[in-house]
Structures are given as structure tokens and as C-alpha cells.
Design a protein around this ligand. Structure first.
Ligand code: ATP
Ligand code: MG
Length: 386
């Protein structure tokens, strides 16, 4: 029996076989080429539910950027972290990498000095380089101005050095409104100037709306690309291809069953693949293997993928989500959730806002909510009945 398991459930892990993303990756490659040619286009933001493969996509594009000699940085926004600190750290790293290029040796100190002045405004920021702060440019205290100034300075530096820069920003929905607005404005400016500098972002569905609210030009500046669950034939290929390398095949009914259970969500396909691997019949995965693996698939998800998220909710937020799950499958009318909780709509407004901010639920359209985690309602009903 082969012990090695070819499936890769886990946050951001590039799978052995990346199914159904060729078009998305080709467009990203085209964008990188445009940047290389000095024809700056839009920046991309990928949005979709949890576990659909957004981080993987960013990671794959990063690899492409790297092999095209881009200088790049990856940052993940977290709920309780200060974006100003994060971005300053990463911009500093970019400037230092640019500093190795001989022909801009003089210019780079200036940009580092401007960044230093910016960081002096941030409490407890440890700026490690011995340069004089250059005040008056990126230290006005108005973050939108200051970030734009830094982006422009770095874009200009990259341009002089014949270098290209890409910044990858994951979990963008956790950016505070003002920070998001500043990022949009700064990106807008570098695109206007035609600098070789591009942003790739990823986050939950609410980011498309956040951008629309923040700046009227954001929808033109960023192309919002939906990342969805895998459809035929890619849902099958995600299961079949990794196994093929080990001479293992699936029966058609086994594939049908797994696709129905997982709805084609990449994380779930990987987890099912991982579990069913241990129940194969010699070199074959059949309906019986699927039946045997089903329980361990569910308990694995319940103990990890679902649980880590569920644990971040407060008591009231959990009640809110249980009420949603009791209504069946989403999207859920806010009115119905309130009725289920025996409350008025305005009494649940705070929990609703908190759940959206924490990324548990999102507004599918006016008056309706759904979970950002696929099959979360099933999970909630499972744990409730235990
Ligand atoms: N196109 C794909 N084909 C096969 N497996 C994939 C694909 N994309 C992602 N996966 C797998 O799905 C899982 C989830 O991927 P990833 O962490 O990128 O999702 P995500 O959208 O970033 O989720 P989250 O919102 O929770 O951060 C990983 O185990 C990864 O290996
Ligand atoms: Mg992710």
C-alpha cells in the first residue's frame, strides 16, 4: 500500500494538480507581461468564499512574477494588525532589494529616507537603517497622501532601475475602510504614472462592494475576478489527476458521490481525496471507499476547517449563525433570521455587522446574508444535533 498521500488540504497549499484555473492564470500572466512592457494596466482582486483557492492563486501568480524577475512582496491582512506597519515593513524590503541595483544607488537613499519619515509617525516602529529621515513628503499624517507618496517614490525608483514590482495582498477584506481607500488611491496614482508596479489582492466577496463604496474609480482600477467552486470536468480532475500519478483510479460513481458531497469546493475535494485514499481497494477508489471515508471526512472538517472559524465567534454571534442554519440553506433574509431569534431587525444589527466584519457572513444582496464558509450551515446543524 502506498503511504504517501497526494492530496493537499490546507490553507494556501498549491495542490499537485491545480484544476480549472488556467484562464485566471493566463490573464494574470498577461498582466505581468504588460507591466514588463511598461504598459501598466489594471490591478487584479480575486474574491470568493473560504477554501475556494484564492491564496493558492496568489501563490501561483507570485511564482510567475518571480520567474519574470519581478521584485515582489506578500502580505496577509489580519483583523487586529495595523496595516500601516505591515505595508511599511514590506515597502522597506522592496526598497532594499532595489538598492542592490547599481544605477540607482544614489536615489534609493532618498526613498529610504522618505519611508523613514513615514515610519517615525508610527508608534513602536523599529526602523533598522541608518539614514536621515526626509520629512515633508510621506509624513503628513494623512495616510492616503502618505501611502500614495511612498508608492509613487518606489514606482519611480523601480522605473529608473528597469525593475518591476508586484505586491500581493491576501485577506484584503480585513482592511479598515480608510486603509482600503488609501490603498486604492495610491494604486490609482502609480497606474496613472505608468510605473511598473502592480497589486494583486484576494479576499471575501464583500471586497467588491467595499471598493465601490470607497472610490468611484475603484471598479475601473481593479478588475474584480470571482473565484468559484470547481465545475465539470475540473472537479473530477482535481480528484483524478493526483491519484493517477500513483496508478490509482476512481470509478465514475465514486467521483459522482464525492462531487455531490463537496459541491466541488477545492478545500473539500482535497480533504475528501486525502481521506478516501486510505480506503481504496488496491488501485481503485469505488463507491464503497467513498462511503467508508465519509465520516472521517466530516469529522476532519468539523475539527479543523469549520472549528477554527466557529471558535472566533462570540456567544451572541453563534446564536445568530445557528438561527441562520436552522432556516436551511442560504441566502437568508435578515427578517427571517430576526424572527428565528424572536427579535426585531434593529436588535440584531450589531451582531450582523460584527459577523460581516469578522468575515463569517456577507451580504448577497440588499436584505440577505449568507455564510462565507461553504457548507457552514450543515456544520452548524451537525454540531447542534450532537
Ligand atoms: N484549483 C485547485 N485545484 C485543486 N485544489 C485546489 C485548487 N485551488 C485550491 N485548492 C486547494 O484548496 C484548498 C484551499 O485553498 P486556499 O487556501 O487557496 O483557499 P482560499 O480561498 O484562500 O481560502 P480562505 O478564504 O479560507 O483563505 C487548499 O488545500 C488547496 O490545495
Ligand atoms: Mg486564503
Amino acid at each position: 500500500m502506498i503511504k504517501i498521500n497526494p492530496y493537499t488540504p490546507g490553507a494556501g497549499i498549491i495542490p499537485g494538480y491545480l484544476a480549472g484555473r488556467d484562464n485566471l492564470i493566463d490573464s494574470a500572466k498577461e498582466l505581468l507581461t504588460y507591466i514588463s512592457l511598461g504598459q501598466t494596466q489594471q490591478s487584479y482582486i480575486y474574491y470568493g468564499l473560504r477554501g475556494v483557492g484564492k491564496t493558492v492563486l496568489l501563490n501561483v501568480i507570485e511564482k510567475n512574477a518571480e520567474s519574470n524577475d519581478f521584485i515582489y512582496e506578500h502580505l496577509e491582512i489580519s483583523e487586529n494588525h495595523d496595516f500601516k506597519i505591515d505595508i511599511a515593513i514590506h515597502l522597506q524590503k522592496i526598497i532594499l532589494r532595489l538598492s542592490r541595483i547599481e544605477k540607482i544607488k544614489d536615489k534609493f537613499k532618498k526613498v529610504l529616507g522618505i519611508l523613514k519619515a513615514f515610519t517615525l509617525k508610527i508608534d513602536d516602529f523599529d526602523f533598522t537603517f541608518d539614514v536621515d529621515a526626509i520629512t515633508g513628503q510621506a509624513d503628513t499624517g494623512n495616510f492616503q497622501n502618505d501611502l500614495t507618496e511612498l508608492f509613487v517614490q518606489i514606482g519611480n525608483l523601480a522605473h529608473s532601475a528597469d525593475q518591476k514590482i508586484a505586491i500581493f495582498i491576501d485577506e484584503i477584506q480585513y482592511l479598515k475602510y480608510d486603509d482600503f481607500e488609501a490603498l486604492i488611491a495610491a494604486t490609482h496614482r502609480i497606474h496613472q504614472k505608468g510605473y511598473p508596479f502592480v497589486i494583486f489582492g484576494a479576499g471575501l466577496p464583500k471586497i467588491a462592494k467595499m471598493a465601490g463604496d470607497a472610490k468611484s474609480y475603484a471598479e475601473r482600477l481593479f478588475e474584480f475576478v470571482k473565484v468559484d467552486s470547481l465545475r465539470e470536468p475540473y472537479n473530477r480532475l482535481a480528484l483524478v489527476e493526483p491519484a493517477k500519478r500513483f496508478g490509482v483510479t476512481y470509478t465514475d460513481d465514486a467521483l459522482d458521490m464525492i462531487i455531490e458531497i463537496t459541491d466541488g469546493y477545492p478545500y473539500f475535494l482535497q480533504e475528501f481525496g486525502r481521506q478516501v485514499w486510505d480506503y481504496r481497494d488496491n488501485d481503485l477508489i469505488n463507491a464503497e471507499s467513498v462511503n467508508k471515508a465519509h465520516d472521517s471526512f466530516l469529522s476532519k472538517l468539523d475539527d479543523s476547517f469549520f472549528k477554527v472559524r466557529f471558535d472566533r465567534a462570540t456567544g451572541n454571534e453563534k446564536k445568530f449563525m445557528f438561527a441562520m442554519s436552522e432556516l436551511g440553506e442560504g441566502p437568508y433574509e435578515i427578517n427571517s433570521i430576526a424572527s428565528m431569534l424572536a427579535k426585531e431587525q434593529n436588535q440584531i444589527a450589531i451582531d450582523r455587522a460584527n459577523l460581516i466584519n469578522k468575515g463569517f457572513v456577507y451580504s448577497t444582496r440588499y436584505g440577505y446574508l449568507d455564510f462565507t464558509v461553504p457548507q457552514f450551515s450543515k456544520f452548524l446543524r451537525r454540531i447542534r444535533s450532537k
